[in-house]
Every structure is written in C-alpha cells, then in structure tokens.
Design a protein around this ligand. Sequence first.
Ligand code: SAM
Length: 213
Amino acid sequence: MPRKKHIKIAEVKKISNVFGYKDDNVFQNICGYFGHKSGFTLELGCGQGDYTINLAQIHSSKNFIGVDRKPSRIYNGAKHANEIKITNVGFLVGYAELLAEIFAPESVDEIWITFPDPYPRRSSMKKRLTHPRFLEIYKKILKNGGVVNLKTDDDTLYNYTLKVIEELGLKLIKGSNDLYNSSKLSDEEKILTKYERQHLAEGKLIKLVRFCF
Ligand SMILES: C[S@@+](CC[C@H](N)C(=O)[O-])C[C@H]1O[C@@H](n2cnc3c(N)ncnc32)[C@H](O)[C@@H]1O
C-alpha cells in the first residue's frame, strides 16, 4: 500500500468530525457532535464527500454525514470540511450494510447515493446500493416520507433501480436518464463529485432517480 494512503488510514480517526462504525456508542457520539439536533442527511459511498460538504453549505441549519467504507477517501473530505470550517458535516467510516445498526429508526431525513460502484454482473447484484436488501435498511432509518436520491452514469444501475422501485411499489418522484438536459435543476442536483466530473469529461450522460417509500 502506498505510504500516503497508509498514513491517511492511521490518521483519519483522529479528525474531530470522523466516526468509526466499530466505535462504542457511535450514534450517541454523532448526536453529541451535532449538538443533539435531530435529523441527518446521509451521502452513501461518499468518497471524499463532495456532496456532503456542498449540501452542508447549501443548508447550514441541517446536519450531513458522508459514509464510506474506505477511510483513506474520507480523510480528504473530513480534513477539507474542517479547513473550510463547516461544522454541520460529519463522516462515518463504515458500510452501508450496517446503517440500521448505527442509526436510530427514523433518524434520517434524506439519503444521497452518489456514483456508487455499479456492480454490472448479475452475480454481484446484491452489492448494488439500490438492491432491495439495502432499501430495507434505508426504510428503517428514514423518517416517514424520507427521500432516497441516486446519481449515476451507469445505464444498467439506473434501469435496475427503476425496476426495483416499480416491483416494490415505491413512489418514484423523479427519474431522468439525462439530468443536464432535462428540467430546471435544483442547487442540490447541480453538485458535482469527483467521479461525476470524470464521467462528464468522458461525455457520459448523468442519471438521477429520486424516490421514497
Ligand atoms: C465510485 S466511488 C464514488 C465516490 C463519490 N461518491 C464520488 O462520486 O466521487 C464509490 C464509493 O462507494 C464506496 N462504497 C462502495 N460500497 C460501499 C458500501 N457497501 N458501504 C460504504 N461505502 C461503499 C467505495 O468505497 C467508493 O468510495
């Protein structure tokens, strides 16, 4: 492993806005960090937390948490948020699979899933972050009416997610297979992530799905 990455993994837990899924009382720690204000917006597979940080700048009275299993990626976002003095942002090093063990029922306002690994093979379908097993987890922690947003460049994941929504009888709020050539965009929808910039530079179309339970 490169030395820089090794250092980031060792250092990430020392950053004040970072929490680890293996920590004791992680949910209480998160609530304490945000001053016990209720309601969180999560970015799953946040990488270096572009959505988390930008959403927090748009909505300064709400709390935002980026979740990623890779501590070296979270390191960059967590440091950056502290450097630019954004206090309504936290990061959780952990797996989306464990969210219902960490967050209290109905404690989450909204979920963003930004450019997740598409897992195109049928054999790894269960790893897609919009597979029904993940949706069950999201449903537990989301408040009534809480919204899930998926942004992706991947056609298979986009169509798969629409199919899951239909099969489970969920409420589709928006489905666009070419976001930047569709209706007027909200400030939230315009946020770009590291991966999104790469996909746009390659001329790929960006897709958005928004739904609730
Ligand atoms: C393609 S990257 C996208 C990163 C960022 N959202 C962006 O758009 O720049 C996908 C991220 O999802 C994370 N990830 C994949 N599966 C995950 C899971 N089950 N739980 C938490 N993070 C996951 C990976 O570690 C990786 O950082």
